[in-house]
Every structure is written in structure tokens, then in C-alpha cells.
Design a protein around this ligand. Structure first.
Ligand SMILES: [Zn+2]
Length: 343
């Protein structure tokens, strides 16, 4: 058996509601994004479903996903809004995260991603609403982070920069979905602004890598999404070799990736990102904890930290990425207490 620190997933889109398997099958059959949108798919189909349910329904549905994650060894994770896209429903999602954190054994860190997509009212009108939301979120301590989706078809570089700047001044920690679809330079802009992490960065330009290193920004990579969407993988090796700290997450969400297991993330990191099994484990535990600001409590097994420990039926570390099935997770301890066991 192998004892490792509990996995930390620093990037998920929990809580969401409903599923998009029809869209998945259409995309696999070669349908374009526009055709999928016309048939009722895309992010707005999840927004519609989230808007249509109560906070309690959101909590029940997402408790299930958190149980699945616990069984795969995830003891701390990030949750975020972003499927409400209006005042009432963004706050509903954040309040659901608060309720979930009282219900499940895991540590949940909350992020406000109101700027996940531009609603029909347009970027300018919505920007004002986002600021109003941030004031309430801050006063009720509903989120630690503010995140923005800065890319083609999402928020512009200018608005994203302004929003994160305002968020930082309001006392939020900041992070960004950056350069997943296009090279717009936002990863280095967010780094200069003090973002804790820049997430995805598949299309990051070589010259931006030194900026990330300079500011100590963590590159948060999610090979599951590349695998799911059959797109390119982030330049993990180049980032590590240039001294940029790398963390790994799942990006678990109903549209662009439904893989949540850290064991599978480890497999993809080793097999497709060129990371060593040791680098992958560090990226999924200590470095991931650094993204969420909980590195003094979790992320390693050592005196003074919480005993978040996963017992694996594995003869050696390399086995995690080699045999990425939940069946090897034999026991999960949160704070020294056994929370799930697989006989
Ligand atoms: Zn994401």
C-alpha cells in the first residue's frame, strides 16, 4: 500500500445542474459548435438548467459529484459559480457551495466566475452588474477568488483586466481562465496583476513564460479537457523547465470535460504532458494547495498539517498514472478521520 496526501483539485465547475450527453454525441459525430447551439446545447443550456432549479436541488445534485470525487481521493477542491450569469443565480450558486461545504467532508474553496460567458445584454451592461455582485459577495464572504474567462467568444482582454483589477482592489484573490483557445497574451497580463494562477494556457506564447516565472504565478493545467475536446495539450514540460510552478486540476464540468478522477489526470499528465509521476503528484497535492491558499494545512503529509491521507493499493508511485482506476483507492482520511473505504 502507498500513503499519499489527499488530492487537491484546484479547478472544477461544481456546482452545475443537468447533463449534456446529447451534445457530446453530436460533437463526436462531427457537428459544429453553432449546430450544437442551435440544437439547444452549449453553456447556455446549463445556465438555463441552473436558473430553473432551487438551491436545495443544486446541493443534492452536486453532493453526488463530491461523493464520487471523495471516492477517487479528492479531499480539497475549488468550486465556482458561472452558470447563473445574473445577480440572483450567481449568488444562488455561491450559496449552494457554502451549503455543500457544511454537508461534505471535503474542504471547499469558493470562486466567483460571473464572467464565464457574455450574456445577451452585452459585455458593457453586464460588467456593471458584475461589480454589484462582487460587492455583495465580498460583504457576505461568499467567495475567496474572482476568476474571468478571457478568450475568443468570452470576455475581452480589456474587460477581463479591468474586472480582475477591481476585484483585487476589493480584497479578492484573483485567477484567470487564460489562453485556452487563442494566444491573446492575457496569461502574462493576469500574472503582472497578481493572479495566483493562470488556468489552461494551452496557447501561451513562449515569451510569456518568463513573466509567469517572475511573478511566481502558478500554471494550472487540465489535460482532461484537452483529451475530452481532442485539442492540443499545454506546454507543461517547457513551463517546468523554465521554473514555472505547475499545478493540475480536473476542470470537471458538464460541457467540455466530465472526467473528475485525479488518477486519470495523473495518467494524462505523465502520458501527454511529459511530466514525471513525481511532478504530477506534487502538482496535484502541494502545488494545487498553493493555488487555493491552503498549503499550510494540506498538500503534504507532515507534522503540523491536517491528516488528509489517501491509501492506495499501489506498489510504487508510478502505479498511480499507470493504473488510473478508483479501485486502487482503498481508504480516504480527512483530518485524520476515515471518510470512505473500498474493501
Ligand atoms: Zn474552467
Amino acid at each position: 500500500m502507498l500513503a499519499i496526501p489527499g488530492f487537491v483539485d484546484p479547478h472544477t465547475h461544481i456546482p452545475f445542474y443537468g447533463e449534456r450527453s446529447e451534445e457530446f454525441a453530436l460533437r463526436a459525430a462531427g457537428k459544429s459548435y453553432v449546430e450544437i447551439l442551435k440544437s439547444g446545447g452549449g453553456i447556455y443550456s446549463t445556465v438555463k438548467k441552473v436558473r430553473g432549479v432551487s438551491i436545495d436541488a443544486l446541493v443534492i445534485e452536486n453532493t453526488k459529484y463530491l461523493e464520487w470525487m471523495l471516492k477517487s481521493g479528492v479531499t480539497s477542491l475549488e468550486c465556482k459559480s458561472g452558470y447563473g450569469l445574473d445577480f440572483k443565480n450567481e449568488l444562488k450558486q455561491l450559496r449552494a457551495i457554502k451549503k455543500l461545504s457544511e454537508k461534505v467532508p471535503q474542504t471547499l474553496i469558493s470562486t466567483f466566475l460571473g464572467a464565464h460567458a457574455v450574456p445577451p445584454k452585452g459585455e458593457k451592461a453586464y460588467f456593471t452588474e458584475l461589480i454589484d455582485m462582487m460587492k455583495v459577495i465580498k460583504s457576505e464572504s461568499l467567495a475567496e477568488f474572482v476568476d474571468v474567462f478571457c478568450d475568443e467568444g468570452a470576455f475581452s482582454v480589456e474587460s477581463s483586466f479591468e474586472l480582475l483589477k477591481l476585484a483585487k482592489n476589493m480584497g479578492f484573490k484573483i485567477r484567470a481562465h487564460a489562453e485556452e483557445l487563442s494566444s491573446n497574451g492575457f496569461a502574462s497580463k493576469a500574472a503582472e496583476l497578481g493572479a495566483v494562477s493562470v488556468d489552461h494556457i494551452i496557447k501561451i506564447k513562449d515569451e510569456e513564460i518568463s513573466t509567469l516565472k517572475k511573478y511566481g504565478t502558478i500554471a494550472l493545467l487540465m489535460p482532461t479537457t484537452s483529451f475530452y475536446l481532442k485539442t492540443a495539450y499545454a506546454p507543461a514540460r517547457k513551463l517546468i523547465d523554465n521554473g514555472v510552478p505547475v499545478a493540475l486540476g480536473s476542470d470537471f464540468n458538464p460541457g467540455s470535460n466530465t472526467f473528475y478522477s485525479p488518477l486519470f489526470v495523473s495518467h494524462l499528465a505523465v502520458n501527454h504532458l511529459g511530466m514525471t509521476p513525481t511532478e504530477a503528484l506534487t502538482a496535484q497535492t502541494l502545488n494545487a494547495a498553493c493555488v487555493l491558499g491552503i498549503e499550510n494545512e494540506v498538500g503534504t503529509i507532515e507534522t503540523g498539517k491536517n491528516a488528509d491521507i489517501v491509501i492506495l493499493d499501489a506498489p510504487r508511485l508510478e502505479y498511480i498514472s499507470y493504473m488510473p482506476t478508483n479501485e486502487i483507492v482503498k481508504a480516504v482520511f480527512k483530518n485524520g478521520k476515515l471518510v470512505t473505504a473500498n474493501e
